[in-house]
Design a binder for this molecule. Structure first.
Ligand code: TNX
Length: 489
């Protein structure tokens, strides 16, 4: 087969070895999962659903003791390499059968994503040249952020994005749930946050909030796609929507109006008021209950109207509250100044920040350098959507950086991984969000998953070109960068 799809995989796998022959999906293809193997049945059913809607084939799923049989797509832990960890997989495509070998659902799930990319974008014949792929991630944290606070994104849209994100092996969905312009999650003990704060948005953006049931459902949906939801409540700055909802949170007891502007840095919770910590404990307590993952993101960025002393005092109390929920604290890199706990994760975003100071204090870092990873930045000066304060970020600029060398004094082991944020001061619709994420997010996903060696922009752009028809087949509204020699459908 000319130009086989295994040459265009994104993220690029660790090892690919060409085999002999071709595997075909046929009306008699069955899916066979190892009985009693955690995650195998779930992954088998996931793949059956995916392939049924693509091909119209029946693809029955069977549980078997001996899972590997000719004519099957098989899921088994036998022969899975332990080197790859929970998320690693071995995928063997042979003329007679396909075998996924992994230790857990996420390993099988990522094998399925690779398998999907080996099939044609939209139309049969449903054939794959024989190939053996061994694969596992470089970093544990492969994140993407959606700012639902400036402009709200309803659950159905977030689910579509989750499917797209997970197909590139991203595993963290960071939801920025509160900001000056809006509050997006119902907190039962402080209902006006959502009822009043949720009615706001940046000018032009959408208002709304997630009920607790919707949020739980979103987290469960993400989980079924290998993604952990990381909820963020931004504090002590970026809090106008909360301050507008409860006068008693304000110094002087008067609530401000809801805010629809773009400029931030003026609002703050009152570090000296005890009710502030009642509020924080109630909000984070409910959020911890709603969130299956082990992390709570507390923001901490751009608190320009909080003094250094107030900021330290506030973060000290917040650290204790988060510890009380049993979760790990994450904050933007400003929290380095407040003093860190070794369990903290620090999300690095500013160009001139010092991640090694976080590492010195024992924390790990998540790399989101604004000049490369901020997907609300314009592609070119002419891009209608987005901002340009951090950089102009073409597809190449989003790809050509490395998490270890982007800041001085950092080692691979200091880094939990990478994350691409999408701030939504100018991004109000799913279509607009897709345009900013895609295709830059594929490069960030590859940075999080694939080894440094053996990759370059010159070969990446050719692989990316093959994803144009794949994105188009899913009706993704993406930027057709002139840097990429896009393939026709
Ligand atoms: C800076 S990045 C912010 C956000 C804005 C973004 C716009 C960060 C931690 N704070 O509040 O939305 O710039 O690009």
């Amino acid at each position: 087969m000319k130009n086989p799809a295994y040459k265009h995989l994104i993220p690029k796998p660790v090892r690919v070895a060409e085999g002999e022959g071709v595997f075909s999906l046929t009306p008699s293809t069955r899916i066979s999962v190892q009985a009693g193997q955690p995650g195998a049945l779930q992954a088998g059913q996931y793949l059956a659903d995916l392939l049924r809607s693509l091909t119209g084939l029946a693809l029955p799923v069977e549980e078997n003791v001996q899972a590997v049989e000719p004519g099957c797509i098989c899921f088994t832990s036998q022969g899975a390499s332990s080197a790859g960890g929970e998320e690693g997989y071995l995928l063997e495509v042979a003329q007679q059968q396909v075998v996924f070998r992994a230790q857990s659902f996420s390993g099988y799930f990522y094998g399925c994503q690779t398998f999907r990319q080996l099939l044609p974008a939209a139309q049969g014949p449903w054939q794959i040249p024989a190939v053996r792929i061994q694969d596992y991630p470089r970093f544990a944290w492969r994140g993407v952020m959606l700012d639902v606070a400036r402009s709200f994104f309803p659950p159905a849209e977030v689910k579509r994005l989750i499917d797209l994100f997970a197909s590139y092996k991203l595993n963290r969905l960071h939801l920025h749930l509160s900001d000056d312009q809006g509050w997006r999650i119902m907190i039962n003990s402080w209902p006006k946050l959502a009822l009043h704060g949720g009615s706001g948005a940046v000018e032009g953006g959408r208002s709304g909030y997630y009920s607790q049931e919707e949020f739980r459902d979103l987290a469960a949906y993400a989980h079924s796609r290998g993604m952990l939801v990381v909820p963020e409540i931004d504090m002590p700055g970026h809090t106008t929507a909360a301050l507008a909802s409860y006068p008693e949170l304000n110094r002087g007891g008067a609530a401000p109006q809801l805010y629809t502007g773009r400029k931030v840095g003026f609002s703050t919770l009152a570090a000296e008021l005890e009710i502030t910590y009642q509020f924080v404990a109630d909000v984070l307590g409910e959020l911890a209950q709603l969130t299956p993952g082990p992390y709570l993101h507390v923001g901490g960025d751009e608190a320009h109207s909080t003094t250094a002393e107030e900021y330290r005092l506030f973060l000290e109390r917040v650290h204790a509250i988060v510890a009380g929920t049993g979760k790990r604290l994450i904050g933007w890199d400003e929290i380095i100044q407040a003093g860190l706990q070794p369990t903290d994760l620090v999300q690095i975003w500013r160009k001139d920040t010092q991640p090694r100071e976080a590492v010195r204090q024992g924390a790990q870092v998540i790399m989101s350098p604004c000049q490369h990873a901020y997907l609300d930045m314009k592609y070119t000066p002419e891009t209608e959507l987005g901002q340009d304060w951090a950089a102009i970020i073409e597809v190449k600029d989003a790809y050509l950086w490395d998490p270890v060398t982007v800041y001085p004094g950092i080692k691979e082991a200091d880094i939990a991984g990478v994350e691409a944020p999408l701030w939504t001061e100018t991004i109000y619709t799913l279509r607009a969000a897709e345009y900013m994420y895609f295709p830059r997010l594929l490069g960030i996903a590859e940075m999080g998953w694939s080894p440094r060696e053996g990759r370059s922009w010159e070969e990446y752009r050719l692989r990316l070109a093959a994803h144009g028809p794949r994105l188009a087949a899913q009706n993704v509204h993406f930027y057709h960068s002139p840097q990429v020699p896009w393939q026709e459908g």
